[in-house]
Design a binder for this molecule. Structure first.
Ligand code: F0G
Length: 493
C-alpha cells in the first residue's frame, strides 16, 4: 500500500495568503459526503426536550453539525478504507494484528502491544492490574472514564496541574504541564508504595485540550526515576500534543512529528490510547517495551477483551488502526483540526465570547461561567449553554462541567473546576463555512445570553451520569429563547 508522506517532513504545512485573510486551507479533498439535516427551530426545541436537555440523547436525525466529540467521528482516509478490504479474518494469529503490531512499533517505538476495544477498556486493564485500595495516582488532569476506572479498585486521583491550567484566558503554551514541586510533595506525603504510577494525559481533554511540553515530561520522568515510579501516558490525543510541541517548544521546531511522538513514548513506561481519537477508527490498546508489564496485563486482556490478536476489535478495524497510527506522523493530517479550532477560538475571542485560550486540541471550549454569570453552578451553566446552543443552531456540543462531575457522600454536587461547552472538531470533517456558521450563531447567542436559564436533574444515574441523565429547565427560558430567535431570524433556519 502507498505510504502517505507530507510534502516537507519537517516544516509545518501552512499555505500563506499574501492578499486575503490568513485562513487554514484543507490539505485533503472530500470524496464521500453525507447529507445533513438542519431542522427548524421549533423542531430543535422539541428534540432537546425529548432528549432530557442532554445532548448525548439527541438523534443525529435532529443534528446539523455534530460537534459532540471527535471520538470515532474523525474522517477516515482512503488508505484506511482500502486497508479494510485486505483484513485477515482469524480468531488467533491474524496477519492484520501483525501489521498493527508493526505500526505500533514504528510510531510509538514499543515492542509489546495489547489490543483493547477502546480507551476505557485499556484503562480498565491497567488500573485493575496496578491499583490497590487507597492508592494515589498523580496526574496532570483526569478524564471522566479515567477517574471512574481508578476509583473502581479503590484508587484516588490527585491532580497536580500548574497555576495556569484552569485560567480561561491565558497565553501559556503548555497548560497541560504537571507541577513538579507538587509531584515531589505528593510522593513525600503518600510514600512511593502508595503511588503505583504517574499518569500524563496528552492534550489534556477536560481543561480544553491543552498540551504538555517535552521539557515538563522529562522533569516528570526524572522524579519518577528517582523514586522508581512508573510513568503512564494516555496517548489518546498524542498527535495534537506533538503538533503543539512542534509549534510551541523551541527545541522541537525542526523535528518531525514522528520524532516528537517517539520522544514522548520513549519517556513513558506504558502507553495507552483510544484509537477512536488517535487513529480515526474504533479500538484502543496498550504498549510497552517491558516484558514484565506486558505479562502482568496480557491475561486481563484475554479475560475482559478477547484473544491477544484482536482484543474486542474486528480485523477491519485493526487494519484501519494500523494505517491511522502511521497517518498520525503526518502533520498535514493531524494539524487540520487544531488549525480550524484556532480559527474559531480567535474569532470568538475577538468578538468577546469567553473561550479557553490558547486554542487547544480536540475542540473549541466556551467558558459557560463567563458566558452565563447569572446561572449558578448548581444549575449547570455548561449544560444549559449546550442545550441553548443546540436550540438556536442545530449544532450539538458536549457539556464538560458539573454535570460531567459527581456528588459527594452527602449528595451534594462536587462543582467542576471549569464549566465548558465543548465544540469538538473531528479531523477533516467540517468545512470552514460550517465553522463560520458556528461562530456566527455563538455570537448571536452571546448577545442574547440573559435569556438562558439553568437546568435541574429529573433522572440521575449513579455512574457517569452525564451520558444518560435527564434534565429539565428551571423556567420557560427555552421557549423565550426560541421566540427571540424567530423574531431575529424570521423564517430562516
Ligand atoms: N482518555 C482520554 C484522554 C479520552 O479523551 C478518552 C475519550 C478516553 C481516555 C476513553 O476512550 O472513549 O475510547 O473509551 N474521550 C472521548 C471524548 C469519549 O469525547 O472526549 P474511549
Amino acid at each position: 500500500m502507498k505510504k502517505n508522506t507530507s510534502p516537507a517532513a519537517h516544516d509545518s504545512p501552512v499555505i500563506k495568503f499574501i492578499v486575503g485573510e490568513q485562513i487554514p486551507v484543507e490539505l485533503h479533498k472530500v470524496r464521500i459526503v453525507q447529507k445533513l439535516n438542519l431542522k427548524p427551530v421549533n423542531e430543535r426545541l422539541r428534540a432537546i426536550q425529548d432528549a432530557g436537555f442532554n445532548s448525548f440523547l439527541l438523534s443525529t436525525q435532529d443534528v446539523f453539525l455534530d460537534m459532540l466529540t471527535d471520538s470515532g467521528t474523525n474522517a477516515m482516509s482512503d488508505q484506511q478504507v482500502a486497508s479494510m478490504l485486505v483484513a485477515d479474518d482469524a480468531y488467533a494469529g491474524s496477519q492484520s494484528f501483525e501489521r498493527l503490531q508493526k505500526a505500533v512499533k514504528e510510531v510509538f517505538g514499543k515492542k509489546y502491544f495489547l489490543p483493547a476495544h477502546q480507551g476505557r477498556a485499556a484503562e480498565h486493564i491497567i488500573f485493575h492490574a496496578f491499583i490497590r485500595q487507597g492508592d494515589v495516582i498523580p496526574m496532570n488532569y483526569h478524564f471522566t472514564t479515567t477517574k471512574a476506572h481508578i476509583e473502581l479498585p479503590g484508587g484516588v486521583i490527585e491532580e497536580i496541574f500548574t497555576s495556569e491550567a484552569l485560567k480561561i484566558k491565558s497565553s501559556h503554551p503548555f497548560k497541560g504541564n504537571i507541577d513538579i514541586e507538587k509531584l515531589k510533595k505528593l510522593i513525600k506525603k503518600h510514600g512511593v508504595d502508595r503511588i503505583p504510577f504517574v499518569r500524563m494525559e496528552a492534550s489534556t481533554n477536560l481543561i480544553g485540550g491543552q498540551p504538555f511540553s517535552i521539557e515538563n515530561m522529562r522533569q516528570v520522568r526524572k522524579v519518577c526515576d528517582q523514586h522508581k515510579i512508573m510513568l503512564v501516558l494516555d496517548a489518546s490525543l498524542i498527535g495534537e500534543n506533538a503538533y503543539f510541541i512542534k509549534q510551541r517548544e523551541a527545541a522541537f521546531k525542526k523535528k518531525s512529528i514522528a520524532e516528537i511522538l517517539r520522544t514522548m513514548c520513549d519517556l513513558s513506561d506504558l502507553v495507552y490510547f483510544s484509537s477512536r481519537k488517535v487513529s480515526s477508527t474504533r479500538g484502543g490498546g496498550i504498549c510497552t517495551n517491558d516484558v514484565h508489564l506486558y505479562d502482568k496485563l496480557k491475561d486481563l486482556v484475554i479475560l475482559f477483551e478477547g484473544f491477544l490478536t484482536y482484543g474486542g476489535m474486528s480485523v477491519r478495524e485493526i487494519e484501519a488502526m494500523a494505517v491511522g497510527l502511521r497517518e498520525t506522523q503526518d502533520e498535514t493530517c493531524i494539524s487540520q483540526s487544531p488549525q480550524f479550532i484556532k480559527y474559531l477560538v480567535e474569532h470568538l475571542d475577538a468578538a468577546g465570547v469567553p473561550v479557553v485560550t490558547p486554542a487547544g486540541g480536540l475542540g473549541c471550549h466556551i467558558d459557560a461561567k463567563g458566558f452565563l454569570p447569572h446561572v449558578p453552578q448548581t444549575e449547570y451553566p455548561a449544560g444549559a449553554l449546550t442545550a441553548a446552543f443546540y436550540i438556536i443552531s442545530g449544532v450539538r456540543g458536549m457539556e464538560r462541567g458539573t454535570i460531567s462531575s459527581v456528588r459527594d457522600v452527602s449528595g451534594k454536587d462536587i462543582l467542576a473546576d471549569m464549566e465548558l461547552l465543548r465544540l469538538a472538531m473531528p479531523r477533516r470533517v467540517f468545512t470552514l463555512s460550517q465553522v463560520k456558521y458556528v461562530a456566527d450563531r455563538l455570537q448571536w447567542l452571546h448577545k442574547n445570553r440573559k435569556l438562558i436559564g439553568g437546568l435541574q436533574f429529573e433522572y440521575e444515574p449513579a455512574v457517569l451520569r452525564f451520558f444518560t441523565g435527564r434534565l429539565t429547565p428551571t423556567s420557560d427560558w427555552p421557549q423565550k429563547l426560541m421566540a427571540k430567535f424567530k423574531k431575529d431570524f424570521g423564517n430562516s433556519l
